[in-house]
Design a protein around this ligand. Structure first.
Ligand code: XMP
Ligand code: MG
Length: 179
């Protein structure tokens, strides 16, 4: 299976240590607040499962699934909700959990969308950031690792729905996605 990997970018140990740090930071920042963690399916699944166990204050969770159009050539900037939250978020403190921020379109859309529903606050937490490809100038409030502009898989991230289960983040071999 690991023949598809060019190299491991972040080991399981590095990821787990970083998630503990993020959890401690978030716990301190939201102490005494009613925190709703919103995971963006499917990429955030693995990170979110680890992150909520590293958060030491009470939280509730919900999920959204979105699809962004125009991967490949040019992104149109359109984001569509495939699965919405189960409950209203008025007056809730929301932390959006995403796998990666790339162009910034997805997070930008989600922040605006959740703010428009009357959330008390909306912040974002990603495990990976690819700042080189940003088209919208936004930064996640919490981020694990800044990575170069290479296609990565594992720790929830996929190529054609595969490799999400790798406990590490790896760069795919070119021939895998160019074949
Ligand atoms: P934007 O451009 O909206 O993109 O910030 C965020 C989404 O793009 C996907 N993405 C990746 N998925 N490996 C992946 O498996 C990558 O290297 C990668 N870069 C961006 C991802 O779905 C994310 O939610
Ligand atoms: Mg994906």
């Amino acid at each position: 299976m690991e023949q598809v990997i060019d190299r491991i970018l972040l080991s399981e140990e590095e990821l787990q240590a970083k998630v503990k740090e993020l959890g401690a930071q978030i716990s301190a920042d939201y102490e005494g607040k009613d925190l709703l963690v919103v995971g963006i399916l499917k990429g955030a699944l693995v990170f979110m499962a680890d992150l909520i166990r590293a958060i030491k204050i009470p939280v509730t969770i919900d999920f959204m699934a979105v699809s962004s159009y125009g991967q490949g050539a040019k992104s149109s900037g359109a984001v569509r909700i495939l699965k919405d939250l189960d409950k209203a978020v008025e007056d809730r403190h929301i932390l959006i959990v995403e796998d990666i921020v790339d162009t910034g379109l997805t997070l930008n859309y989600l922040i605006d969308n959740l703010k428009s529903r009357g959330a008390a606050s909306v912040k974002t937490c990603t495990i990976l950031d690819k700042p080189n490809r940003r088209t919208i100038p936004i930064e996640p409030d919490y981020n694990g690792f800044t990575i170069p502009d290479e296609f990565v898989v594992g720790y929830g991230l996929d190529y054609a729905e595969k490799y999400r289960h790798f406990p590490f983040v790896a760069v795919l071999k070119r021939e895998v996605y160019e074949s």
